[in-house]
Design a protein around this ligand. Structure first.
Ligand code: CO8
Length: 261
């Protein structure tokens, strides 16, 4: 993929979606959002990508939506813009493979919301997260009022959304906003190491787990269990189930190597 601010780099089964707009702290402009959607589509489609790392480089994850671009927008401009932004973030959230956000520096506003679209978040000990939209007199528009409370609970989410305060890595870990805190120089490598564990894992089973968890969170328990039943039975129509169980019988647990799609 050739794009100016969002690159997709692939090595050993892991695709890295790399934000690279350093002059504006990786601020998410219309162009960045469109390039993110394209990268998500490519990461979804490519069989040689088994897991994805979302990264903004060593200095900053993303300081939010591009405030300079947004400042002059009208209501009618924004109707279209916010739909496209949510489309891009949803495209990341729906990549049917494990996705980890590797967070160096600031992940604010739309940047924080982008990390919420990943399955797990690894943060540098110096990382800073937050939803400071309220300080601009606006509200989150890329899922922050929805995904944040689902992740950390409504009262912690409201504290962050109402105040716009910045959260350091240790507090982010304590409230479940991130899952692992490591030295800044190691974040990307740790995320790649996590993603690499899926390079020979069962792709259809991983996809079914992701779909069942994510869709199940939106519905009542009985409907969620029904989703799980359907996913579970569907897996018996794939090579994953045959490969995994046959390998267990022949070689013992955890030895199976699974083909990509
Ligand atoms: N947008 C545009 N430019 C930015 C942004 C941003 N969000 N953040 C930083 N920049 C630019 C600065 O303007 C500056 O540019 P220049 O050198 O040309 O003056 C450059 O990046 C460096 O920034 P600073 O000099 O401010 O660097 P500091 O280290 O002093 O501060 C901060 C870094 C703390 C990150 C600070 O820049 C800051 O507070 N940035 C804004 C953070 C913010 O409010 N984010 C939320 C934005 S709103 C949002 O994300 C809404 C999401 C949903 C909207 C849906 C719309 C469709």
């Amino acid at each position: 993929m050739t794009a100016e601010f969002v690159r997709l780099e692939v090595a050993d089964g892991v695709g890295t979606i790399r934000l690279d707009r350093p002059k504006a702290m990786n601020a998410i402009s219309i162009q960045v959002q469109d390039e993110l959607a394209l990268a998500a589509a490519e990461a979804t489609d490519r069989g040689d990508i088994r897991a994805v790392v979302l990264w903004g480089g060593e200095k900053v994850f993303a300081a939010g939506n591009d405030v300079k671009e947004m400042a002059s927008m009208s209501y009618t401009d924004m109707v279209d813009r916010v739909e496209k932004l949510q489309h891009a973030v949803n495209a990341i959230a729906r990549i049917p493979k494990p996705v980890v956000a590797a967070i160096n520096g600031y992940a604010l506003g739309g940047g924080c919301e982008l990390t919420l679209a990943a399955d797990v978040r690894f943060a540098a000990d110096s990382a800073v997260l937050g939803q400071p939209e309220i300080l601009l007199g606006i509200i989150p528009g890329a899922g922050g009022t929805q995904r944040l409370p689902r992740l950390v609970g409504p009262s912690k989410a409201k504290d962050l959304l109402y105040t716009g305060r910045f959260v350091k890595a240790d507090e982010a870990l304590a409230i479940g906003l991130v899952d692992r805190v490591v030295p800044a120089a190691d974040v990307y490598a740790e995320a790649v190491a996590w993603a690499s564990t899926f390079a020979t894992a069962a792709p259809y089973a991983l996809r079914a787990i992701k779909e069942s968890v994510d869709r199940g969170l939106e519905v009542d328990l009985e409907t969620g269990l029904q989703i799980e039943r359907h996913s579970f039975t569907a897996i018996f129509a794939t090579e994953d189930s045959r490969t995994g169980m046959q390998s267990f019988i022949e070689n013992g647990p955890g030895k199976a190597t699974f083909e990509g799609r």
